[in-house]
Design a protein around this ligand. Structure first.
Ligand code: M6R
Length: 369
């Protein structure tokens, strides 16, 4: 049931605030993380020397976002690997490796086979999954369910923000078990997380119709580029994937720092480029670097659409469009910055008259390798 929305995707984007709130619900007590599913499983996190996050598509981008916080808070090295690449290269894993798989459906064959492979080699496995009783969580030592609710549209949206939320809960929990973070720090991060649902709602209220309108104007665009840095980089990849998936437009995401190493050659007058700008308060150095990237592409005629936090005036002279997101801590920005990109992809596909829920050639759940 679309509940009055024109598509399941529209409904599911509107549910992004609840997806985060429901994933947090029952897992925070007195400002600390309590994950009932992980009760009695501390042993799983003691003595690990490596974490490998395994997933495909959007779930892998959630993993890439989560990597920064997981590594920072737990001080354990974290790699993110596409499930279908992982098992074909004799990876170095063993009893001290924690494999974190992420899957909305819990049935993605590539991810399932990678989890089984790791388990057979003695690794510890934890599954982040949105579907109760699915195969991947059943094949894992531990589960954290995302409570995004059923996701019907092929393009994953609310599951993505729920996956990042679950990864942050996991990261804070593991960091406490391992003693690498203080209770005070956890409490600060929890406050940030708890504020996210309202902030996403603000973006939907303030920016949705404006984004849809300019997506409409851009209906004839043939290529869109996305740039981001640090946690904004996987968000750029996610923005590009969503656009190609449902609007069939060529789209590519780049790490902003890579520009000079090749991609800047793509910039010609009129080329639309989305840039996810880091917070000037939280990471002034990265902010400066990204603003200078914006100047470089603008000087070559790019049409620059900036996603920047409220009050960031440094971007104004160089942007054709500015999409504002509320203030958030450095690890939490991606949960906000992705929302305009989901709206944009949906708006553009709608403007082209495409079926946003059932894009050609794709299935919601990829159960073959
Ligand atoms: O069910 P899963 O999370 O394992 O699915 C993984 C990918 O197939 C999925 O995220 C895909 O990339 C989406 N259609 C992206 O919107």
């Amino acid at each position: 049931d679309k509940g009055g929305w024109p598509s399941f995707m529209a409904k599911e984007v509107s549910e992004e605030p609840e997806a985060v709130a429901n994933t947090l619900r029952g897992r925070v007590r007195d400002g600390q993380i309590v994950i009932p599913e992980l009760d009695g499983l501390d042993e799983l996190f003691v003595g690990i020397d490596r974490v490998i996050v395994i997933a495909c598509g959007t779930a892998a981008y959630a993993g890439q976002v989560g990597k920064y916080a997981l590594e920072q808070w737990t001080r354990v090295p974290v790699d993110v690997e596409l499930a279908h690449e992982f098992r074909y290269r004799d990876p170095v894993i063993g009893p001290n490796t924690l494999i974190v798989s992420i899957s909305q459906s819990g049935e993605t064959m590539d991810t399932l086979m990678a989890v089984k492979y790791a388990r057979e080699r003695g690794a510890r496995t934890l599954s982040i999954c949105n579907t109760q009783g699915a195969t991947i969580p059943r094949e894992s030592d531990a589960i954290i369910y995302t409570h995004a609710g059923p996701e019907v549209a092929v393009a994953s949206t609310k599951a993505f923000v729920a996956q990042i939320t679950a990864l942050y809960l996991l990261a804070l929990h593991v960091a406490r078990v391992r003693g690498s973070i203080s209770a005070t720090e956890v409490a600060q991060h929890v406050l940030e997380l708890e504020a996210i649902p309202d902030k996403i709602s603000q973006i939907l209220e303030r920016e949705q119709s404006r984004i849809e309108q300019f997506a409409h104007w851009m209906a004839d665009t043939r290529s869109v580029l996305f740039l981001g840095r640090h946690v904004g980089y996987p968000i750029a990849l996610e923005g590009a994937l969503k656009l190609k998936e449902i609007s069939y437009i060529h789209a590519e995401g780049f790490a902003a720092g890579e520009l000079k190493h090749g991609p800047i050659a793509l910039i010609e007058p009129g080329q639309p480029v989305f840039v996810i700008v880091p917070s000037p308060r939280e990471s002034s150095e990265l902010h400066k670097k990204v603003v200078s990237n914006i100047q470089e592409i603008r000087a070559r005629g790019a049409r620059v659409i900036v996603i920047a936090e409220e009050g960031d005036a440094a971007v104004l002279p160089f942007a054709d469009e500015v999409l504002r997101i509320p203030l958030a801590g450095p690890f939490f920005e991606p949960l906000l910055a992705v929302v305009p990109l989901h709206i944009f992809a949906m708006g553009l596909a709608t403007a082209k008259g495409l079926d946003v829920d059932q894009p050609r050639n794709l299935a919601k759940s990829v159960t073959v390798e």
